[in-house]
Design a binder for this molecule. Structure first.
Ligand SMILES: CC(=O)SCCNC(=O)CCNC(=O)[C@H](O)C(C)(C)COP(=O)(O)OP(=O)(O)OC[C@H]1O[C@@H](n2cnc3c(N)ncnc32)[C@H](O)[C@@H]1OP(=O)(O)O
Ligand SMILES: N[C@@H](CCO)C(=O)O
Length: 383
């Protein structure tokens, strides 16, 4: 990957810094962030990574917004703090759909997350330990408000493109509705205008699994001895979520009724699919904070772009960005009807596009050739 992070502009209203993790940088907001639910969050820090070079007027800036357990490492190789390559590495770089010789790509870690941005595992600015269970409830609008301050700090007036899938798509939509003048183009993938009943239901079971873990301790487990957090609960949440992220035909074709190698389900051993879920649970528990999982999941449940704006239809009509919406044909978590609703409601948007994939919801991460074609189509008009 070429195109190192440029020096951020100097500003009196924010503090900038370089994180010890990989190529991450951060910006600290000097004023508390006012929250949609009331009150304010002090000491907010947002971590981000960039690729490419900003134009003098920053008109080539693209905002890439990650999903629930993603982070700012959207592109680039594995390295310190990043055990895997960037989650959209196939899309960002020289000659790729987000060509970093042309675009200045910015990927923040979401507010409430645990990979450099302020979340429940962060220290409280008043010196009273870590936030833990005292961390406030957030909404997608709070997270976008923090990202707008990041854009200010980087000197970006308007994004050439805002793009996100799943939870990232919720924030991308909030950007376009809250800041139409700052969002020139919009690509929404595998997302929705408002969390639906079944999405809230799956999320409720996941959050319930974490809260039912005796290690949860009301969210105040961060000072517990290593290994004493709500790891079992977080692992259960991930197992359940992972099933919803894939499709039934894919799971059947890959795993069928096979036992895991060397194990016999009739004698207490695991099926292969159970071992797969165990693997994903263990991987997440190693890299993700349960408190962040709860805060982000509850923010997704609260997602309703029409709240306080006269309903969904009125909110979607505020979007002025050139917009494409796409969904994965095998996605059982964010069904295509939700993307159709978005495309039908956003002025000037084409009919919702289909990403053909056997992988279910995770198709927005895996089908980079199809996502890349959508990016190229949308950005061609910017040439
Ligand atoms: C925008 C974002 O939020 S994404 C940020 C990154 N996201 C994540 O990490 C989310 C969690 N992961 C995922 O959602 C998916 O793994 C993706 C989308 C990233 C990748 O999907 P795929 O490439 O299809 O990977 P898949 O789900 O098949 O898992 C492969 C892993 O399962 C393991 N595996 C497969 N079968 C089994 C089995 N029977 N037993 C144990 N492990 C198994 C593989 O060894 C592999 O392990 P590794 O990832 O440690 O190398
Ligand atoms: N695999 C993705 C799916 C959620 O959209 C994640 O973990 O963030």
């Amino acid at each position: 990957m070429t195109g190192g992070a440029p020096a951020p502009p100097v500003s009196g209203a924010w503090r900038h810094g370089v994180s010890p993790v990989g190529r991450r940088r951060w910006v600290a907001l000097e004023k508390p962030l006012r929250l949609e639910g009331g009150g304010a969050l002090p000491g907010v820090r947002l971590a981000y990574e960039t690729w490419g070079t900003p134009a003098p007027d920053a008109s080539n800036a693209v905002l890439v917004l990650h999903a629930l357990t993603g982070d700012s490492h959207a592109a680039g190789p594995a390295g310190p703090g990043h055990p895997t390559p960037g989650w959209w590495d196939g899309l960002i770089g020289p000659g790729r759909a987000l060509d970093t010789r042309r675009w200045f790509v910015v990927a923040p870690n979401v507010l409430g997350g645990c990979q450099g941005s302020t979340g429940p595992a962060s220290p409280r600015p008043d010196g009273r330990g870590l936030w833990g269970g005292a961390f406030p409830r957030l909404t997608q609008r709070d997270q976008v408000a923090a990202e707008a301050r990041l854009a200010d700090a980087l000197g970006i007036g308007a994004w050439a493109l805002v793009i996100g899938g799943s939870m990232g798509g919720m924030r991308a939509l909030e950007w376009a509705v809250t800041h139409p003048h700052r969002t020139r183009a919009l690509l929404l993938l595998a997302t929705t205008a408002a969390a639906g009943a079944e999405q809230i239901a799956w999320a409720t079971v996941q959050v319930g699994a974490i809260r039912a873990d005796p290690g949860w301790r009301g969210g105040d487990y961060h000072d517990a001895a290593p290994g004493r957090g709500p790891h079992a609960g977080l692992g259960l949440a991930r197992r359940l979520a992972q099933v919803t992220y894939r499709s039934e035909p894919e799971l059947q074709a890959r795993f069928g009724r096979h036992p895991q190698d060397g194990e016999d389900p009739a004698r207490g051993g695991r099926y292969r699919v159970a071992s797969y879920l165990d693997h994903h649970a263990a991987k997440l528990v190693r890299r993700f904070d349960a408190g962040s999982y709860v805060v982000l999941t509850e923010a997704m449940n609260a997602h309703d772009v029409g709240r306080g704006r006269g309903g969904l239809a009125a909110a979607l009509r505020r979007v002025t960005a050139r917009t494409l919406v796409a969904g994965v044909d095998s996605d059982r978590l964010y069904p295509f009807a939700q993307q159709r609703e978005l495309a039908d409601g956003i002025p000037g948007a084409d009919a919702a596009r289909i990403i053909a994939s056997p992988y279910g919801h995770d198709g927005f991460l895996l089908e980079t050739a199809q996502v890349g074609a959508l990016i190229r189509e949308l950005t061609a008009a910017d040439a």
